[in-house]
Ligand binder design. Structure first.
Ligand code: CA
Ligand code: CA
Ligand code: CA
Ligand code: CA
Length: 371
C-alpha cells in the first residue's frame, strides 16, 4: 500500500465497455480537479476524511495529523508525527473515522502494515484543536490483507473491521460500551487466504438476498441468514484475479438488476476489470470485461498504468451512477513494479449505461493520489 502526498495525478474517466464500436473520441468528458498538497512529509500510506472538530465540515486525516476543513491548511497532531522512511513502509496504512465512544465526537481506528494491530484513537472532544495527543489503545492484533474494510457487514447497528486474520477471512466486532477493550474475531472461512499480506478484499451483496457478502480474489463468501454462533459462510469459488488487487465491490455495472464485481487485477502490476454476473443454471458465474489491461490497446482509450493498489466506488459526477476511482500507486513496491517510475496517477472511471451497455471515458489532472 502506498500513499504519496507529493505526486502528479492524471485522472481518467472510463466506463465499462460492452460495445467498443460506440466509443468515439467526442464522447470523452474531461473532468478537472484542483490539487491541494497537505504536506511534503511522508507520514502514512493512506488518508481518510470525516468531521473531527464537530463543526459540520469534513476534515482530512493523514496518519498522525488531521487538517481542518474546508481549507485544510491548519494541521493538528493525533500522535507524535515521525517522518517515515521513503524506501520502506509507513507504520500507518489505513484510518477510518467513527464515533466509537458514542460521545458525539468522531474517533479513529488505524491499521498499519498487514499483520499489525488495529489501534483506536479517542477524540479528546471539545478542545480537539488544541488538545495534546489522543489516547490510544491496540484493540485487535493481526489485521491481515492489504485492503481491510471498515463497513457494516452484518445486520447490526455498527460497522465491523473486515480482514484476513491468521489466513481466515472474517470480521472483528467491538463492544459499543467498551470499544477500547479487545475486539472479538468472527471467522467466516477456512484457512484460505494469504496472511498477513494478500490482495483483494471487499464487501457487497453478490446474490441479491439483501445480506452483504465478502468478496476476495478467489471468489465470495455468502452471508448466511443468521451469523449467531459464527458459522462458516458458504464459499463460492471464482478466480477474479490471480495476484489480487485492492478494494473489491459488488455493483450493478450494466444495470440488468444483478450485482457485478469490480476489482483491480494486480496491485503491483496491471489491470482493472469488471465481472458481469451471469447464471449457469442456478449457479452464479461471471464474465470478465477488461477496463485497463497490461497493454495500451486493451483499453478502449489506450490507457496504461500500473499498481492500482486502491479502488473506490463513488458517484463522482452526481448522475446517480457510481464511478470507479483508482490510479497508479507511486512507489508501491519501490523500484520493483513495472512502470514504477511513471509517477502517480489517479483514475476515475465513469460508469455510463446506454442502450448498447455501459462504458467509460478518461481525464488528466495534477493532484495527489494514493492508497
Ligand atoms: Ca470539521
Ligand atoms: Ca468519540
Ligand atoms: Ca448476499
Ligand atoms: Ca449486473
Amino acid at each position: 500500500m502506498r500513499f504519496r502526498s507529493v505526486a502528479s495525478l492524471c485522472c481518467l474517466v472510463v466506463g465499462c465497455v460492452m460495445s467498443l464500436r460506440d466509443v468515439v473520441a467526442e464522447d470523452f468528458l474531461v473532468h478537472r480537479f484542483e490539487r491541494q498538497q497537505l504536506t511534503e512529509v511522508y507520514f502514512s500510506e493512506g488518508a481518510n476524511f470525516g468531521d473531527i472538530n464537530k463543526d459540520g465540515k469534513p476534515d482530512v486525516v493523514h496518519g498522525p495529523l488531521w487538517f481542518e476543513g474546508p481549507e485544510f491548511t491548519k494541521q493538528h497532531e493525533i500522535y507524535d508525527p515521525k517522518p517515515q522512511n521513503r524506501d520502506g513502509y509507513s507504520g500507518n496504512f489505513f484510518t477510518w473515522v467513527y464515533d466509537f465512544t458514542g460521545d458525539g465526537w468522531n474517533d479513529l481506528v488505524s491499521v498499519g502494515l498487514p499483520g499489525s494491530p488495529a489501534k483506536l484513537y479517542v477524540n479528546p472532544g471539545k478542545n480537539v484543536a488544541e488538545a495534546p495527543h489522543w489516547q490510544t489503545r491496540d484493540v485487535f492484533n493481526g489485521v491481515g490483507n492489504e485492503s481491510p474494510q471498515f463497513v457494516n457487514l452484518v445486520g447490526d447497528a455498527q460497522p465491523e473491521l473486515v480482514c484476513n486474520h491468521t489466513g481466515k477471512f472474517g470480521y472483528a466486532t467491538f463492544d459499543v460500551m467498551k470499544p477500547d477493550q479487545p475486539w472479538v474475531w468472527h471467522a467466516i472461512s477456512e484457512q484460505v487466504g494469504e496472511y498477513p499480506f494478500g490482495h483483494g478484499l471487499g464487501v457487497g451483496d453478490i446474490n441479491g438476498d439483501g445480506r452483504q457478502d465478502v468478496i476476495w480474489k478467489g471468489g465470495w463468501y455468502e452471508q448466511p441468514q443468521s451469523v449467531e454462533g459464527d458459522p462458516l459462510w458458504t464459499s463460492h469459488k471464482f478466480q477474479f484475479a490471480g495476484p489480487g488487487g485492492a478494494d473489491m465491490f459488488a455493483y450493478d455495472v450494466d444495470g440488468d438488476g444483478d450485482n457485478d464485481v469490480i476489482t483491480s487485477l494486480a496491485a503491483h502490476t496491471y489491470g482493472l476489470a469488471w465481472f458481469e454476473q451471469t447464471k449457469e443454471g442456478d449457479a452464479i458465474s461471471f464474465k470478465k470485461h477488461v477496463i485497463v489491461g497490461d497493454k495500451a490497446e486493451e483499453s478502449p482509450y489506450g490507457i496504461l498504468f500500473t499498481e492500482p493498489h486502491a479502488v473506490a466506488l463513488i458517484d463522482m459526477d452526481g448522475d446517480g451512477l457510481k464511478d470507479i476511482v483508482t490510479g497508479k500507486t507511486y512507489w508501491s513496491h519501490h523500484r520493483q513494479s513495472p512502470m514504477w517510475d511513471a509517477g502517480a496517477r489517479g483514475q476515475e472511471k465513469q460508469t455510463q449505461r446506454r442502450s448498447t451497455g455501459c462504458r467509460t471515458s478518461p481525464t488528466a489532472n495534477p493532484a495527489s493520489v494514493g492508497n
